[in-house]
Design a protein around this ligand. Structure first.
Ligand code: ATP
Ligand code: MG
Length: 447
């Protein structure tokens, strides 16, 4: 027990107090305690209690059986829901999702014992203060990720904890303690049995953390070999070209660090060069080339995202950005409008971010020109948006309907005609006026 105060949200304190008034124990626990002590805003407040799920439900007017078989009841306080979970002892995680066997207990110590890391195994309430049985506060202050109890045993029960450990190190800027680290290395192959959904959730948290480059640790520990072997390939691919100074993998890690902490952007940087290993050639001067690698990278990106069960929206955006990550052009308005047409208006600003992150992770060779070209591209993009210029069929001043009214028959020819008009307008935005475009159509049909 330590003399440390955490400002609990009023509603959390109220739930705890109500449980206590009826003779049960209750505490805020896990991530919220850890984050509060670190001065980070907790994502959510979890409550752990000696009350059985039925007993909890009897005390509150509105509850939901969120995960009742694992002892979790959501208690509503106004609009807000809080997960209240009965103290429990977990069996093995057989289906790699949920523990196959859950035993409820009236003993807080046993509940804390089932948790993954010391910094995640602390409980707090106003009455008892901080309950820290495994030295969590010490590890929190020292910045250490350490398993509760025997590391190898904990990872054998649930191998996802191995990846979670790296994720917490990345999010919090912590070091992984030696024994925990060795157990991670030893048991890495057990990640094979963990579901794609659980891997995905931890991978995304790692990628959007302050230190996405800790994916290097995941590689060195043998974790990516199991769930992202494509990453191991790029770590092992050197780039003998003046444009680069790192292996494909090291370049990728730096490119991730150069971009905003956004899921789509970080995934794009992770995957953007994965086509390189298979396409590498070395010319007579010993210079490496990776012709058309973006096409192959897109294929690999799609496979990886599918395998890890990402949603379609994420998959579409990322594969598109990966495909266009190396799309280059002289910075001229017409070129930029054409690129906006290909890449899509919404994704275009992300494409600029991707290119910047990529360039800044390359060597200094032609850096100035590359950056200058990109800045000018961005300026032109802003101008085009400001001026409301047309870059797609739906923004064209004539529609299929207009052409039909002008006497054209629907069909392939009409589609071609619209695309030709769009081409003209992309080159010369002044032409995007209905009368002007219809006049052009009439003229060409008379030829
Ligand atoms: P986040 O900020 O990502 O929510 P968190 O620590 O709250 O981090 P959760 O996944 O929300 O993580 O889990 C809440 C708590 O449950 C953890 O702090 C930990 O005590 C425990 N826990 C979660 N997953 C596991 C696991 N796989 N094995 C052991 N304990 C776990
Ligand atoms: Mg949480």
């Amino acid at each position: 027990m330590e003399n440390l105060r955490i400002e609990l949200p009023e509603r959390v304190d109220r739930i705890i107090t109500i449980l206590q008034k009826h003779g049960y124990e209750a505490y805020a626990v896990g991530g919220c305690v850890r984050d509060s002590i670190l001065g980070r805003a907790p994502m959510d407040w979890d409550i752990t209690t000696s009350a059985m799920p039925k007993e909890t439900k009897a005390l509150f007017t509105k509850t939901f059986d969120t995960g009742i078989e694992h002892g979790t009841v959501t208690v509503m306080m106004g609009e807000e829901g809080f997960e209240v979970t009965t103290y429990r002892i977990d069996g093995e995680y057989e289906d790699c999702r949920h523990p196959s066997e859950v035993t409820f207990t009236r003993n807080l110590r046993e509940d804390l014992l089932r948790r993954d890391f010391t910094i995640n195994a602390m409980a707090y309430n106003e009455k008892d203060g901080l309950v820290d049985i495994f030295g969590g506060i010490q590890d929190l202050r020292a910045g250490v990720i350490r398993c509760v109890g025997d590391a190898a045993e904990r990872f054998s029960e649930d191998a996802l904890r191995i990846l979670r450990g790296v994720r917490f190190a990345a999010q919090l800027g912590f070091e992984i303690e030696g024994e925990t680290r060795e157990a991670m290395r030893m048991l890495a192959p057990m990640l094979e049995r963990i579901s794609a959904e659980r891997i995905q959730a931890e991978l995304v948290k790692l990628l959007v953390s302050g230190r996405p480059e800790l994916l290097r640790d995941a590689y060195e520990l043998g974790l990516t070999r199991i769930f992202l072997p494509e990453f191991d390939r790029i770590m092992e691919t050197e780039q003998e070209t003046p444009h680069h100074m790192y292996s494909v993998g090291e370049h990728t890690l730096r490119a991730m660090g150069n971009i905003r902490a956004d899921k789509v952007l970080r995934l794009t940087m992770l995957l953007h060069d994965m086509g390189k290993p298979a396409l590498k050639t070395v010319d007579g001067d010993g210079v490496a080339h990776f012709k058309k690698h973006a096409v192959r990278s897109r294929e690999i990106a799609k496979n990886v995202l599918k395998r890890l069960k990402f949603d379609n929206d994420t998959m579409n955006k990322v594969t598109r950005l990966v495909f266009y990550h190396d799309y280059r052009m002289p910075a001229a308005a017409g070129n930029v409008r054409r690129a906006m047409n290909k890449i899509g208006r919404e994704l275009f600003p992300l494409y600029i971010e991707v290119r910047r992150a990529d360039i800044l992770a390359q060597s200094m060779y032609q850096r100035e020109e590359k950056v200058k070209n990109l800045k000018e591209t961005e300026r032109l993009y802003r101008e085009i948006v400001q001026a409301g210029q047309c870059v797609s069929l739906k923004e064209l001043a004539v529609s299929g309907k207009d052409l039909i009214e002008a006497g054209m028959k629907p069909g392939k020819e009409m589609g071609d005609c619209l695309n030709e008009l769009l081409d003209l307008v992309i080159d010369d935005p002044e032409k995007n006026v209905k009368e002007e475009l219809l006049r052009i159509v009439l003229l060409s049909s008379r030829e």
